[in-house]
Design a protein around this ligand. Structure first.
Ligand code: GLY
Length: 310
């Protein structure tokens, strides 16, 4: 048994391990842990307190995958609900679908009895104001209000800030029955174009789990993970016989073919529950914990240099 997460999962990993210790499922463990990060206002890249889109609205993406059945549920561009991971799980359990977005996702959340809340904290709103005007040269700031009411595309190209989204949370757990589940939740790029959906709710891009081979969750520049199917690649390369580290290196190297390669991070396990974290940015860490341990360990991620992989 094990739980692995991105570094910001430290807020929830003990809860996930407690669930496994008590005989709970990997699915319950990753959902409960993700909810704690989603409720944590100081994490500005996930859930409540997340940085908003270009219009100042917090829009959330999340997905959950059951490695035993390959069933999955996801929501994208969801406004007004603090726990997209639980709504994603309901999509998996209650609908013949995998992914709901926008108004449909909000409607489904209300039908399932989730409560609507304001997710924009004062701290996030202040950084939003500064972020937008800070990204524009002084002589163009007056244009900001015109941009907000008119051509958002131009504004998004100048102000959208993927680096503020690198804290997206990943959890992967393997329970006492050997079942693997994975969960990913994010508020996405800060100041993104409204309706932008990243890799987190795209099964195969930011999240994938398969009991037979392992699981992977991504953080970083979601557009890249979508274009290269990064999470599924990690699992597929293991299926093809690669060891865990080699599979992750190969999936990361695949990103180098993209002309605009940038930040990518992943956490993964193999089917034996061995964990790894990998990144393109030196200094990043991930955390993992087993039920035998008193607390989580934080380890450096293996760094890959994509400029030499092209
Ligand atoms: N990886 C999170 C995002 O790009 O939305």
């Amino acid at each position: 048994m094990i739980v692995v997460s991105s570094a910001n999962g430290i807020v929830g990993i003990r809860e996930a391990v407690a669930i496994l210790r008590a005989g709970g499922s990997a699915l319950d463990a990753v959902e409960a842990a993700t909810r704690l990060v989603e409720a944590f206002p100081d994490d500005h890249t996930v859930g409540y307190g997340g940085y908003p889109n270009l219009l100042g609205e917090v829009e959330l993406d999340a997905s959950i995958m059951d490695g035993r059945t390959l069933r999955a549920g996801a929501v994208g561009a969801l406004k007004g609900y603090k726990h997209p991971i639980s709504i994603a799980r309901k999509v998996m359990e209650e609908l013949p679908h995998v992914l709901l977005v926008g108004e449909g996702a909000a409607r489904f959340a209300a039908e399932m009895g989730f409560e609507q809340e304001n997710l924009l904290t004062e701290a996030a709103a202040t950084v939003y104001q500064q972020g937008l005007s800070g990204a524009l040269p002084e002589d163009q700031r007056a244009w900001l209000n015109v941009g907000i009411s008119g051509n958002l595309a131009r504004l998004a190209r100048i102000t959208a800030d993927p680096e503020r989204a690198s804290g997206t949370v990943n959890f992967i757990a393997q329970d006492g029955d050997g079942n693997i589940a994975s969960a990913v939740s994010t508020s996405g790029w800060a100041w993104k174009y409204p309706g932008r959906v990243g890799d987190s709710p795209i099964i195969g891009a930011g999240n994938y789990a398969d009991n037979r081979y392992g699981a992977c969750g991504c953080t970083g520049w979601g557009e890249l993970a979508i274009r290269c199917s990064t999470a599924h690649s990690v699992v597929l390369y293991q299926r093809m016989g690669f060891g865990l580290e080699q599979a992750c290196r190969q999936a990361m190297s695949d990103l180098a073919a993209a002309a605009d390669t940038t930040t990518m991070n992943l956490v993964a396990i193999n089917r034996d529950g061995r964990p790894i974290g990998m990144t393109t940015v030196p200094g990043r860490t991930f955390v993992w914990m087993t039920p035998e341990m008193e607390g989580p360990v934080e380890e450096p991620r293996v760094v890959v240099d994509l400029t030499t992989s092209k």
